[in-house]
Design a protein around this ligand. Structure first.
Ligand code: PHE
Length: 503
């Protein structure tokens, strides 16, 4: 054995552990004695073992402890002992006398049963009669004291006491280390006690002459650790964003919370009307949003009376009162169209002459129950195009381009309803796993009523795509919950190839 080489490969910790293993010692003891934390001792132990310097042995010990019931019996006496005590002075008692002991029926039956089995008593009708040696029962009581002190017990009583819930049994496995003859030999060599440098500092790098260094094996085979990776949803988001940027869209930034005003009012959702229930909303307690009075006024006016152009009625409005009192309530955004309208207000309406294309990929929140196609919190891919002469064909064209880039080819559209778009289109994708069409998006041409308050008269087309549903189609999943806890299979998520959603 080339001791010198081996010694050079040991760290100071390895050496300490080897020294502590001259005699058979448990890892816990070594950890206390050296002292080093348990994991470091274990790591050194594995290494010393692989070098043949120590042996590792597992030893399992069984421990007993008193349960709550056991503790009570230890304090008051075992039921069988207490029954016997009562009996010793009188030689004969009735079952009814046992009531004084404050034991329950089951405890009394067990106690008398044991006394009979051990041959200490006999029963006749309602009578219990002392008939034999009492010492066996005393023995049982002393056992409790032994367990209380952490001592060992064995024999039949262990299983009886466990069954009666008096004691609990647990197993504890300890690792013991002891040096092999080679290990002991190594410790004796002169080199072993010489200190080797095992950490480089700038100082040592400057003054290294004359020092002895620990040897590193750069060829040793180290298992690749299970490292984390980004969830495929996050990777998909990046891909979706890149695709939209390559299609000429700019990203919109937004917050998770929104006011009722931006989530509903600006889009002409009718108040106190089932329209608002399409988006089942989470409210934020005790929060109020700041709103522009001027804009509220305009929205209220359009809501109530519609609008005219060149004295020509283009919309009659809802002809009912718009109540502003709930508009500044705060909610968790139920759709990213709220964000779209903020952009219409802040950017598009200020640069009306220029065409614009914006997107956002962000979370929305709805009070929905988890199921294969619903999550209460999910990503929406919102898109909006503002330009001359846009029509439904353009909208559908964007769907094919967008989903085509993601490799989702089987899509179709069908008419649907939104309070704020007309016409409106639902987008469906074919899920091969479920063998059916599932809704993957919703879209439309914004109604003039929703745009007039922002001074926009041209057409604006927009959509909201469901990101997790699209990813489920791409990965052939039947249930979007496979993408998130608690239904995820981590091995599946670790194994999903990003390439499988790229090509
Ligand atoms: N906001 C709609 C939804 O959440 C999607 C949509 C966006 C529809 C833009 C039309 C226009 O389902």
């Amino acid at each position: 054995m080339d001791y010198d080489r081996i010694i050079e490969s040991l760290s100071e910790n390895d050496k300490r552990v080897l020294l502590s293993s001259k005699e058979r010692t448990s890892i816990d003891n070594i950890s206390n004695k050296v002292p080093l934390d348990l994991d470091t001792v274990r790591a050194s132990a594995r290494k010393l073992f692989s070098l043949g310097l120590i042996n590792i042995e597992n030893e399992t010990t069984v421990n007993y402890r008193l349960t709550e019931v056991g503790k009570r019996y230890f304090k008051d006496g075992l039921p069988e002992y207490r029954v016997l005590k009562l009996l010793s002075s009188k030689k004969e008692i009735y079952y009814s006398d046992l009531g004084a002991l404050g034991l329950d029926k089951n405890e009394i039956n067990v106690a008398v049963g044991i006394l009979k089995k051990e041959g200490v008593v006999k029963t006749s009708g309602n009578k219990i009669i002392l008939s034999g040696d009492e010492s066996k029962i005393e023995l049982r009581s002393s056992l409790l004291a032994r367990i209380d002190k952490g001592g060992d017990i064995n024999g039949d009583l262990v299983s009886e006491f466990t069954k009666r819930g008096i004691i609990a049994v647990s197993e504890n496995t300890k690792e013991f280390l002891y040096a092999t003859p080679e290990g002991l030999e190594l410790i004796k060599s002169d080199k072993f006690s010489a200190k080797l440098v095992d950490k480089l500092t700038p100082d040592i790098i400057e003054n290294w002459k004359g020092l002895s260094f620990r040897r590193y094996d750069v060829n040793s085979n180290i298992p690749t650790p299970l490292i984390g990776r980004r969830n495929i949803v996050k990777e998909f988001i990046s891909i979706v964003k890149e695709n939209l940027i390559s299609m000429g869209f700019k990203e919109m930034k937004s917050n998770f919370t929104e006011s009722i005003f931006w989530n509903f009012d600006v889009m002409m959702f009718r108040q106190d009307h089932p329209d608002r229930e399409i988006l089942d909303t989470f409210y934020v307690k005790d929060a109020k949003a700041k709103l522009e009075k001027q804009l509220i006024k305009k929205i209220k006016e359009t809501y109530e009376n519609g609008f005219k152009d060149n004295d020509f009625d283009l919309s009659l409005g809802y002809r009912s009162e718009f109540d502003v009192s709930s508009s500044d309530n705060v909610i968790l955004r139920a759709h990213t169209t709220a964000t779209t309208f903020r952009y219409i207000h802040n950017l598009i309406s200020k640069n009306k002459d220029r065409p614009a294309k914006y997107f956002s990929v962000s979370k929305v929140f709805r009070n929905e129950t988890n199921d294969p196609t619903h999550l209460p919190e999910f990503y929406q891919i919102e898109g909006i195009v503002y330009d001359d002469n846009l029509n439904l064909r353009d909208l559908i064209g964007y769907f094919y381009e967008f989903y085509g880039k993601l490799g989702i080819k089987q899509i179709r559209v069908k008419p649907t309803y939104n309070p704020y778009t007309e016409p409106s289109l639902e987008i469906q994708g074919f899920n091969e796993k479920l063998k059916r069409w599932v809704e993957i998006g919703n879209s439309g041409v914004f109604r003039p009523e929703t745009l007039i308050s922002f001074g926009i008269k041209r057409r604006v087309i927009a959509w909201g795509f469901a990101l997790e549903r699209a990813l489920a189609l791409r990965l052939n999943l039947e249930d979007i919950r496979q993408l998130y806890n608690p239904y995820t299979d981590l091995n599946f998520l670790r194994g999903v190839k990003t390439a499988s959603i790229l090509d």
